[in-house]
Design a protein around this ligand. Structure first.
Ligand SMILES: N[C@@H](CCC(=O)N[C@@H](CS)C(=O)NCC(=O)O)C(=O)O
Length: 245
């Protein structure tokens, strides 16, 4: 039995879901409650973050370690090229877009003015146990802002970083949304880039599509990003390459 310990709203968990789905591997999800998850994540894998994958007797934490584990143990539908040079390029890009995920998350949380839809997307999987779920909302909101360093100067720096990441996608694909980042096939680099940018591009069917209520300035910025070749590239990866189980 395979279990993915996750937060549905986490884009790092989305990267792992995509990888498992791409390989056609069956799994169940265990949605841990944010904050309290650390009791379990530390016990399972000695880490504070999700995703964590249990695969039979093996427990693997961190989306990049999980990715390598999956490639090693399930070589079908490979996401790492056989060619050594391309493989190195893919792994470097995966790392780059993993770091970008931090900026995407910080920038997005920095834009939220009305937290209702975020809380709904975040807490939907959990039952409203004795009103505890709703009582946790302000605690969670403050925890998210503190944990992810959501302060105006850092949010602005993250905005610039995420623009640089989009520029890189455009350079690597020569502004062509049909192309992949490395070589002619989907790789771990594409999955990392598309999944970790997904919260701001909100492809249909993803948890972030439910977040609404941005102010005019933020919405205008998002519209500009959507119109760029990199925005179209991300939406295209979702439309064409995001197999769902
Ligand atoms: N490097 C990690 C990052 C994962 C990560 O940042 N997960 C966040 C959710 S998006 C998390 O678990 N945060 C909870 C915490 O830090 O307590 C990975 O790739 O798995």
């Amino acid at each position: 039995m395979r279990t993915l310990y996750q937060f549905p709203i986490s884009h790092y968990c989305e990267k792992t879901r995509w990888h498992l789905d791409h390989k056609g591997l069956a799994y169940q999800v265990d949605d841990l409650f944010p904050g309290l998850h650390r009791l379990q994540s530390r016990r399972l894998a000695g880490i504070d973050t999700l995703p964590i994958l249990r695969d039979g007797a093996e427990v693997v934490g961190d989306s990049s370690t999980i990715a390598l584990y999956l490639e090693q143990h399930y070589p079908n539908a490979p996401l790492l090229p056989a060619d050594a040079e391309q493989r190195t390029a893919v792994l470097e890009l995966e790392e780059h877009f993993d770091r970008m995920g931090v900026h995407v998350r910080r920038w997005l949380y920095g834009q939220i003015r009305d937290w209702r839809t975020v809380m709904l997307a975040m807490l939907k999987p959990y039952r409203p146990l004795f009103g505890l779920r709703d009582a946790m909302k302000p605690v969670l909101r403050n925890g998210v802002l503190r944990l992810y360093g959501v302060t105006p100067p850092r949010v602005e720096k993250s905005r610039l970083e995420l623009l640089e990441g989009l520029k890189l996608i455009e350079q690597l694909t020569d502004n062509d949304p049909a192309r992949y980042l490395v070589g002619e096939r989907l790789s771990l680099a594409d999955i990392a880039a598309a999944a970790l940018y997904a919260p701001i591009f909100t492809p249909a069917g993803t948890p972030w599509a439910e977040i609404s209520g941005h102010d005019g300035e933020t919405q205008g910025f998002l519209d500009e990003l959507h119109a760029r070749p990199a925005g179209q590239w991300i939406m295209r990866r979702y439309a064409e390459d995001r197999a769902r189980r």
